[in-house]
Design a protein around this ligand. Structure first.
Ligand SMILES: Nc1ncnc2c1ncn2[C@@H]1O[C@H](COP(=O)(O)OP(=O)(O)OP(=O)(O)O)[C@@H](O)[C@H]1O
Length: 608
């Protein structure tokens, strides 16, 4: 059954709990501010009466001037307090949304998060959520006064004379006619505008994220042209939209402030007939002029409300990410045999129907089974290698063991316990996962290694670095282990970053080690060091390695050949060379490539 979508206002206000009191106070202050704003009008009216009734004295005038100033001060102070409280509430709501998104990203299956582009995530968490601040912070005080003030003025004018009250409505009602035409296609136009906006955003993100490839393949010109094209078409779209609304918008803006055109003639007629006094006419004129500003401002909130709706819906996409069920249980594990029993797995694939946020949506998904009934045992302390053609499902198997996602069929167990039964924390303590994407955090290299075990002493960090063969290049850096990873990251080679990641995993000392293409950056000079560091990492561990460089896994206890999501064969290198033609072909291709590469350097391959 399809889940009923929550209204965006409800979602937004679900984050307002911690600041409900402040928001209520903000509204009260806004109302007080509106009330205070009337006092000067009242004072002017009284002063007019003094003149008309010829009862003017300096004291009288001073009194009403002070009353007017007092009212004005109340208006300004209350408005200020209301704005401050509204800003505090707005930032509290923004904080709540961002924290909940971060929380959800942590609780979601890792694969779900990693399948999204960093730029798009940043765009939602920072930019879209930030879009909520101006309307949230200004809507409470300003919209309250901009709506209440005209209503109060209308009531006041009705109190003077109902015909004068109706006269003040003539202009706003007439302005509603072009406004109606303006709003007819507003929703669809705004949706198209947001789509165009998202397209530009995506192109910009792609341009920045892919700048390395763009330059490497000399695509600067065409990429820049795509970028310029997207920016230009966005400009053309917005201009076309504004042009199509210019006439009606200007007509509305021209009619709205003409309240005097109704109030003046009707007021004069009423004065002539004696229905209202000249003082009341003067008051009516002043009031009818002061209704215009707030009404005009109130219309701008239509746009702001729409932008809030889209921002909340974008945030909702991350807030509604699925959560990986966490048993929270610590189960005693007596051994670390890994068993895959009839495992099948399907990726949820976006069928291409973009979500409202342009390509980020995951609503329309299709199942795409990439593993079919895989059964495999990796005994404790053994070395298993997964090999096979690209796209065969090797990384998927590794990620399922680390529970990036849950299997869609069958089960995976460690030490006889289904990994779903283990708490996520326990599983992460059991498994070290090293990939070729070695992320270094923006702290020192020492702290980056210490991430493997926050309680490790400096000596333990240095020992792990030595075991991973990274000590020699780290000590050569100006600040050694204290070099910030941001500075070092630019100077470190892929292989060096790889070894830092391995040092981190050595320090973590988990009983299961998974290396997914961890030797990807290996060159003949580097290979020896990486091999040594991997040996240090995997000593006595249950080791699963995915490698295209077959020479690095030829000594595995078992080599599993995967093709199109199924196990083709499994055995030792010699057995596979004899009976598995796919493996034998891969081995021949690898030796050819390796001999060629080594021969290029006039060296002899000793280990193949
Ligand atoms: N996040 C994902 N969403 C959808 N499909 C995916 C995802 N990751 C992988 N696939 C698909 O699953 C299949 C198996 O991919 P996987 O990365 O496991 O293969 P592999 O054997 O590790 O490939 P390679 O050797 O090229 O790394 C492929 O068809 C791939 O397109």
């Amino acid at each position: 059954m399809k889940q009923q979508k929550e209204h965006w206002v409800k979602t937004l206000f679900s984050f307002a709990d911690p600041c409900k009191g402040k928001m209520t106070l903000s509204v009260l202050c806004a109302i007080l501010s509106v009330a205070g704003g009337f006092v000067p009008f009242w004072a002017v009216y009284e002063i007019l009466l003094l003149f008309i009734n010829r009862t003017v004295t300096l004291n009288n005038i001073m009194f009403w001037c002070l009353v007017g100033i007092g009212g004005y001060l109340i208006r300004v102070i209350c408005f200020g307090i209301s704005t401050i409280l509204a800003h505090i509430s707005a930032y509290t709501i923004l904080e709540g949304i961002r924290l909940k998104i971060a929380n959800r990203l942590m609780g979601a299956p890792l694969g779900e998060v990693m399948g999204r582009r960093i730029g798009c995530l940043k765009n939602i968490i920072m930019d879209k959520v930030e879009d909520l601040e101006p309307p949230l912070a200004h809507m409470i005080p300003e919209l309250t006064s901009n709506l209440l003030l005209p209503i109060a003025i209308f009531i006041w004018m009705l109190a003077i004379d109902w015909r004068l009250g109706l006269a003040v409505l003539i202009a706003p009602v007439l302005a509603m006619i072009p406004m109606f035409f303006l709003m007819r296609n507003y929703n669809s136009q705004y949706a198209a505008y947001m789509e165009a906006n998202n397209h530009v955003n995506n192109v910009i993100i792609e341009y920045v994220e892919g700048i390395e490839v763009v330059k490497a393949f000399n695509q600067s010109t065409s990429s820049y042209e795509k970028f310029v094209g997207a920016v230009k078409s966005f400009k053309d779209f917005t201009l076309a939209w504004f042009k199509s609304t210019w006439k009606t918008m200007n007509l509305m803006m021209a009619i709205m402030p003409t309240t005097l055109l109704g109030v003046l003639p009707i007021g004069l007629l009423l004065t002539q007939s004696g229905s209202i006094t000249p003082a009341e006419l003067a008051m009516g004129i002043i009031l009818s002029l002061s209704i215009v500003g707030p009404l005009m401002k109130a219309t701008t909130f239509i746009n702001e409300a729409k932008s809030m709706e889209y921002a909340v819906e974008a945030a909702n996409e991350l807030l509604n990410l699925p959560v990986l069920p966490d048993s929270g249980r610590i189960v005693p594990i007596r051994h670390t045999d890994i068993v895959l029993q009839d495992v099948s797995f399907s990726y949820k694939v976006n069928s291409g129907k973009a979500g409202r946020e342009g390509g980020l949506g995951r609503d329309s998904t299709e199942q795409n089974e990439v593993l079919h009934d895989i059964s495999l045992k990796m005994p404790q302390g053994s070395f298993t290698a997964l090999v096979g053609p690209s796209g065969g499902g090797k990384s998927t198997v590794a990620r399922l063991i680390a529970r990036f996602w849950d299997v869609t069929g069958g089960s995976i167990s460690i030490g006889g316990t289904n990994i779903k039964e283990l708490s996520i924390r326990q599983l992460s303590e059991l498994v070290s996962f090293v990939t070729q994407d070695n992320f270094l955090f923006n702290c020192s290299l020492k702290e980056n290694i210490r991430l493997g075990n926050p309680n490790a002493t400096d000596e333990e960090v240095y020992a792990a670095a030595k075991a991973a063969c990274c000590d020699d290049f780290i000590v050569r850096l100006e600040k050694g282990y204290d070099t910030p990873a941001g500075d070092a990251g630019r100077r470190l080679s892929g292989g060096e970053k790889q070894r830092i990641a391995i040092a981190r995993a050595i320090l973590k000392n988990a009983p299961i080690v998974i290396l997914d293409e961890a030797t990807a950056f290996t060159d003949p000079q580097n290979e020896d060091k990486i091999q040594k560091s991997i040996m240090a990492l995997s000593k006595g561990k249950t080791l699963l390695v995915i490698a295209h460089r077959l020479s690095t896994i030829q000594n595995a206890d078992q080599i599993v050949v995967l093709k199109k999501g199924q196990i083709v064969d499994c055995g030792k290198q010699e057995e596979l060379l004899e009976r598995c033609s796919l493996y034998a072909d891969m081995w021949q291709a690898h030796i050819g490539a390796k001999n060629w590469s080594v021969g290029e350097k006039k060296e002899v391959a000793v280990n193949v």
